[in-house]
Design a protein around this ligand. Sequence first.
Ligand code: NDP
Length: 673
Amino acid sequence: MLKPESYAAGRWIAPGETATTIIGPVSGEPIAVAGGAALDMQEMLDHARTKGGPALRAMTFHERAKMLKALATYLDTRKEELYALNPATGATRRDGAIDIDGGIGTMFVFASKGRREMPDGHVYIDGEVEQLSRKGTFLGQHIAVPLQGVAVHINAFNFPVWGMLEKLAPTLLAGVPAIVKPATQTSYLTEACFRMMIESGLLPEGAAQLIVGRTGDLLDRLGAQDVVSFTGSADTATMLRSNPNLVKNSTRFLAEQDSLNAAILGPDADPDSPEFALFIKEATSEITAKAGQKCTAMRRLIVPESQLEAVAKALSDKLGNIVLGDPSSKETRMGALASLDQKADVLEKLAQLAPETRVICGGPDALSDNLANGAFLPPTLLACDDPDAATVVHSVEAFGPVSTLLPYRDLAHAAELANRGGGSLVSSLFTNEPQVARDVTLSSAAWHGRIYINGRASADESTGHGSPLPHMVHGGPGRAGGGEELGGVRGVLHYMQRTAIQGSPDMISAITGTWIKGAAETTGPQHPFQRTFDEIVIGETLHTDPRTVTLDDIEHFAHFTGDTFYAHMDEEAAKANPFFPGRVAHGYLLLSFAAGLFVQPDPGPVLANTGLNGLSFQKPVSPGDSIKVRLTCKRKTKRTDAYGEVAWNVTLTNQDGDQVAEYELLTMVSYER
Ligand code: NDP
């Protein structure tokens, strides 16, 4: 008998006297006892707020990203222990891969995004500096900082590992401690993974705690700096989000709940097309993976009227070959639902769908006797012949291996049917026609969190309708909960406060650790290219001597590079152009001269120039004009153990002091001389 434990204020706590007995979905026999322990919710919150939060916030985004990478690497080395427990949840190894490898992979992606897209500091800069004054002495900047509270994660039964890790990764990267509450039915698998994270010793004390069982009065104790992130049913979400204490404190509540996702077969996809075959393949997988218990699963298959019977035949042929049974057996393609209760729920929903649908294949009557004790249900395909008059197919979700075919007349009708789900996590389209993709997207994107388009061009590399990716937003409007998870840094920002800061350039620069125009410039003791990464100071500036640009220079550059564009070579033609007073210097010539002016040629800590950002040419430079350069250290980011990236703001000005060009120069600079 498994006995998953809670982890509260640094202690493991065994199930208590009122623990719930968990019935295994495969055998129908008890497999675990969970919950029922008297947990002190205030102690857990205090532990997170006074220990975990401060420890996480003391780290930079990059340090937290490195911690996530180490955690994911550690879990990866021990994942077979999780796979060993996985069949007890009713899931096959393939299902387990979505959950276990999917969860670890999500953590790796956040680790990498944290290093690449967030600063090696404590403040995240959101957008450009806003010019709030004429002379530039008073500016605005949006920043984001970690919330100073706790994230409470309430997870669903269907993804015991991914569900925990996909919420933990952005939360920890933001710098916020979490209290994780898995669904009781599969809590033993979540606990096994959570225990590994604690055993890794990589998390600061108080950064993560676990509640197996009920949350008691936890939500009544949350405040303005806390976040609840929920995945599960719409009813529970509604009940929890209307908790008076959460409402009173405007506590953030993110919900990702059941949705009636659609998949549209394009009008161009006839039965011989690659798109038709792809539709059948993905629909089969969506109905059977995790026995259909995926929040993203295709529930409504919207197909051209003329193709309804062809799709019904092709899909029922495929579904008829699915081997249903013990998830630990290699032959099994589809395991059990997560619990007997879940099976009862799906049967009840099938009964509600019955008046509006006919059964194409599957259904409870098709279940073989030897599987009757477990939570098994054959893949079930329904068809609804009058989707306009129907209401239940657009509102009731059977959270199991069940999908319904709906015929459409034209594309507008297809989009209208997809939108009748009232808001979904994902809607997909199988087409080879860009115009079909555009029409469907414009008429339905407002109703869906993600639109997945697949066809022959993307088939080999597409990631699948049902896979929420850490890079892309996962969530949806309306019935899907109105929340958003993942989506790269967007997912991290849910656990941070966006604040508009206003002040002088020096104030803003000191807060963000980034030099901005108007902030103090300093001069170092040596040329900046002779200074190591650590020696270079934000705001450190080099002013060069001027250099005159001659007609000979322009001629030489034109013939040397082959860029004999008329604006550089033909006085009359250049003059006729509204941008130029006559022949002008090439922008790239100016860039090259700028490098010649600011570079210190000796070997030194600067290792390489790795790029330019935001280059703009603002004023033409004519023969006889002279240019000089200002180079200021804007930002520093550690990249490896040996070197970091220094970003420089570079401006070129002419003899009148007018700015003619600006860009951000990126260099890699060694920590050693
Ligand atoms: P629930 O909404 O009942 O449970 C989701 C989570 O909320 C679980 O961790 C559950 O814990 C917890 N919970 C329930 N009541 C409370 C409460 N009063 N206070 C704090 N936490 C609470 O969903 P189910 O797991 O029972 O699934 C029911 C339906 O939800 C499915 O049939 C499906 O339609 C939908 N669903 C949608 C998912 C999605 O990803 N969008 C995923 C899973 C389900 P406990 O397990 O201890 O009850």
